[in-house]
Write a protein that binds this ligand. Structure first.
Ligand SMILES: [Fe+2]
Length: 438
């Protein structure tokens, strides 16, 4: 098999995996449910269904293949920038059966195109980039659709086996790990399917610090609540406190007090699991917890250094465990489970510094604003990253159980508003090393 054949096979498998997941997420509910808007901050599922097909047509059939538009009249409906999520239900969207038919038709033509693709000659096709971008795009929308499922009310529609129990050493892990100071390589110039905001690789000097070995657990977060953390403005930034007051926040989204904390997970109500990473907290809540704990959120550079820097070789790995792609043994990714695994899970996926679960389980809020790396250039379109740069958005790292391996790397950057809670986000805390540890 040639390299091109291997790449073709990998692309076909990733496109298929994305479509299988889209199909699963949109076939477990009826048409009325697909058309309904379950939350004003989310699209109806049927919008995502046709939008992924439209983007696939745009980038693969038109840009790579040079084909003429199949249904130019629907392009504006599925342009995410033309219509914010709240407006989408009122649009004359394709019906579920039409959206599925369109997706099927596009995919058939893409598979024909892929057969003949040489993966060279243009930057879009080099290394199969545009195909990888589209597989990631569909998986990113699948994650958004999963969040819509979590927001919908009514009987449970999704099911999956629980994650594996915590390993024997989870209870005796040190609370924090040490990450030595010095420069490391952040970002990438070599990862073929990395998106523009992950590029280019550049050296960043990070002072020594300590990082939580695992994400913050529900039990630890419940202590913050019980200690009056939501009632004490000392722990909150002024913006965070104003938001906490306005929104009436008292606990993570989907938590309810019934004599004990109960959590609704994809339509099923059950007591909060103490040793599970806390989920569905905003940046403001994560930041307040960290201050209450006498700590702080890690910066984005600290997070990436902890996840990738190999002190023995001085180089940055693709993932905490090394350069190999994720497997079920090292990380909770790909919606194999519908919740994070207990804190301390996946010892085989530990980083060189000893931190666990940096990849998978829960997205981790960092203290950093979403900003371009030095030398950034928008590519292939400004609306992927560039229009979001600035202090309005905070960076999240590491992916979650809801994230496909194809859309997750040690360099992958996610961002959202500091008030957002429907995303699958938790966090861990850090502290700077005192001078005697340096
Ligand atoms: Fe999109």
């Amino acid at each position: 098999m040639t390299d091109n054949d291997a790449l073709r096979e990998r692309i076909a498998a990733e496109l298929l995996a994305a479509r299988d997941r889209t199909t699963q997420l949109t076939s477990v509910v009826d048409d009325a449910d697909l058309i309904r808007q379950h939350s004003p901050i989310m699209s109806p599922l049927v919008w995502d269904l046709a939008h992924v097909a439209n983007q696939e047509e745009l980038w693969l059939l038109r840009e790579v293949g040079g084909r003429t538009p199949m249904h130019p009249e629907i392009d504006p409906l599925y342009d995410a920038f033309e219509h914010p999520r709240a407006e989408r239900p009122a649009l004359p969207l394709l019906a579920p059966i039409e959206a599925r038919g369109y997706g099927h038709e596009v995919r058939g033509r893409v598979m024909d195109l892929l057969e003949k693709e040489r993966f060279s000659g243009t930057r879009l096709t080099e290394g199969g980039f545009a195909f990888g971008m589209i597989a990631q795009h569909e998986q990113q929308h699948d994650e958004t659709m999963l969040a819509t499922h979590q927001l919908r009310t009514g009987p449970a529609a999704l099911s999956a086996p629980p994650p594996p129990p915590a390993p024997a050493d989870a209870a005796t892990l040190p609370a924090e790990v040490f990450v030595p100071g010095g420069p490391f390589t952040m970002g990438t110039s070599t990862e073929p399917w990395a998106l523009d905001n992950e590029r280019p690789a550049h050296a960043v000097d990070v002072p020594p610090f300590y990082l939580d070995t695992t994400p913050v657990t529900n039990a630890a977060y419940a202590e913050f609540i019980a200690d009056g953390g939501y009632d004490d403005p000392r722990w909150w930034t002024p913006d965070g406190w104003a938001h906490r007051q306005r929104a009436g926040l008292i606990a993570p989204l989907f938590w309810r007090w019934e004599g004990e904390w109960v959590q609704v997970t994809f339509g099923l109500s059950a007591p909060v699991i103490p040793n599970e990473p806390v989920l569905h907290v905003s940046w403001y809540e994560a930041d307040a917890y960290a201050r209450w704990a006498g700590r702080r959120l890690p910066t984005e550079a600290e997070w990436e250094k902890a996840a990738r820097h190999d002190t023995a070789t001085g180089r940055s790995r693709r993932f905490p465990w090394g350069d190999a792609d994720p497997t079920p043994e090292v990380a909770n990714l790909g919606q194999r489970h519908l919740r994070p695994a207990p804190a301390g899970s996946y010892p085989a996926g530990a980083a060189p510094c000893g931190a666990r679960q940096l990849i998978g389980d829960v997205w981790e809020w960092t203290s950093s604003d979403f900003e371009p790396y030095p030398g950034f250039t928008a590519w292939p379109y400004k609306e992927y990253s560039e229009v979001f740069f600035g202090p309005e958005y905070k960076v999240l790292r590491g992916g979650a159980f809801s994230v496909s391996p194809v859309a997750c790397r040690g360099t992958f950057r996610n961002w959202d508003y500091p008030i957002r809670r429907q995303i699958f986000a938790g966090f861990r805390t850090a502290r700077s090393a005192p001078p005697e540890a340096r």
